[in-house]
Design a protein around this ligand. Structure first.
Ligand code: SDX
Length: 392
């Protein structure tokens, strides 16, 4: 059917699958993993314990958590030839394509964990949960040109990632517990979020029986877009642009409102949360604490707080139900931790990994629960005959 009829297309009003992992009530600002409120998990859990919950459906017993931790921490080291892979990427490579390529390459070193038998899926789950932090840290090290470090089995999951990212071979790494805990909480907050763009990508790719590594690698690319996971990087670049251009917050908001060049208020708005993103409220508290611990107020945080205050009292944003989302404050914390903006979306991917794996496992476990093949509304030419070259 052609013509200028406008159609409401896309997945927005479609339930592409059934899932028991994450529940979101966008109007009430509710987010629960397997029934547990995100606020309680952020306060009381750890990322590895929350990953267990997201993956297996229940909070682990002491023994279960110890066994899971052992399986993950013992497998963080990667094959030496896979470590060599990072050397082929230019120093200035963005770490997201490097991470996606490294996850794809990891599947070639883990061929015995590619398959759909329960034990094989469990082995691949442990491989990815264990090695993606190492690959992420090495993606970062590639950009700094400093030597990569082996994981240290005496450290926790988060401490290993931090030390492999920032540590050097010459001296022991000095941890800052505020930073370590803040990163743990940030990863908890990113662990899953039902059928967002990257998770739907993981399910769609996996629905063809592509393996878990290929599906997660595709999810990394989907996440890299600035309208999705790349927003945390775009927020920092927006705050720096406001600071460096010397414009007022109101000038910037006016530019967004007049839509002249499609400028968006990055870190604001959400497909589902039309009230507020419960994760943003938790992250904002940590941003305050971290930046104060790092030495008083931070100019970019001040701009962010001013932007939020101005937007929340501006009809343009209130009418469109635009509130801070998970990405609005995370970049400020990541920057305070010492990560460059290019690494922010890699940190999002590290947090979202258990969710991607859990959703892929849930789909594979129930052949009737597949995204399937979407249809389309055809708006192209009606049938017409081939035109010989001399008549075109
Ligand atoms: C994540 O899905 C998930 O769960 C994702 C995520 C997860 O955990 O996986 O939560 C993570 O991706 C969070 C979102 C990060 N992205 C950004 O912060 C980029 C900026 N946000 C926008 O791109 C936008 O808000 C979206 C894409 C996030 C959501 O878009 P919506 O809700 O579908 O809104 P829309 O595109 O239909 O726009 C509705 C109106 C439009 O104005 P009008 O045409 O009605 O006049 O709101 C405007 C839009 O122009 N609008 C914005 C805006 N977002 C929407 N205007 C200015 N700034 C914005 N950020």
């Amino acid at each position: 059917k052609t013509g200028d009829t406008t159609f409401d297309i896309g997945f927005a009003n479609t339930a592409v699958c059934k899932s028991a992992i994450t529940y979101i009530d966008g109007d009430a600002g509710v987010l629960q993993y397997r029934g547990y409120p995100i606020e309680q998990l952020a306060e009381k859990s750890t990322f590895l314990e929350t990953s267990y919950l997201v993956l297996y459906g229940e909070l682990p017993t002491t023994e279960q958590l110890a066994d899971f931790t052992e399986k993950i921490s013992r497998h963080m080291v990667i094959d030496e030839r896979l470590r060599e892979l990072f050397r082929i990427f230019p120093r200035k490579s963005h770490p997201m394509p490097v991470l996606s390529a490294a996850i794809t390459a990891l599947s070639t070193f883990s061929r015995d964990t590619i398959g759909f038998e329960p034990d094989t899926i469990e082995a691949a789950t442990h491989q990815l949960m264990a090695k993606v932090p190492t690959l992420a840290a090495y993606s970062f090290k590639n950009s700094t040109g400093t030597p990569t470090l082996f994981p240290d089995y005496s450290l926790s999951y988060i401490e290993n990632f931090i030390r492999m990212s920032f540590g050097t071979v010459t001296e022991p790494y000095q941890f800052d517990d505020t930073i370590t805990r803040a990163l743990d909480v940030l990863l908890i907050l990113h662990a899953d979020h039902e059928q967002n763009c990257s998770t739907s990508t993981v399910r769609l790719v996996g629905s063809s029986q592509a393996n878990l590594y290929a599906s997660v690698s595709a999810g990394v690319h989907a996440l890299s877009g600035p309208l999705h996971g790349g927003a945390n990087q775009a927020v920092l670049e927006m705050l720096k642009q406001i600071r460096d251009d010397g414009v007022t917050v109101q000038d910037y908001l006016d530019k967004v409102k007049n839509k002249s060049d499609h400028t968006k208020l990055m870190g604001f708005g959400h497909r589902i949360y039309k009230n507020y993103d419960p994760r943003a409220a938790i992250i904002k508290k940590h941003a305050d604490a971290i930046l104060k611990a790092r030495g008083g107020s931070d100019q970019l945080l001040d701009i962010a707080l001013e932007l939020e205050e101005a937007a929340l009292s501006d009809d343009y944003f209130v009418e469109r139900k635009l509130y801070p989302n998970v990405d609005f404050y995370t970049g400020l914390i990541y920057q305070a931790m010492g990560f460059p903006v290019d690494m922010f979306t890699v940190l999002f991917a590290l947090g979202r990994l258990p969710g991607w794996i859990a959703q892929w496992r849930e789909m594979v476990a129930d052949p009737t629960n597949k995204i399937g093949r979407p249809r389309q509304i055809y708006v192209g030419h009606t049938k017409r005959d081939y035109v010989p070259m001399n008549e075109r």
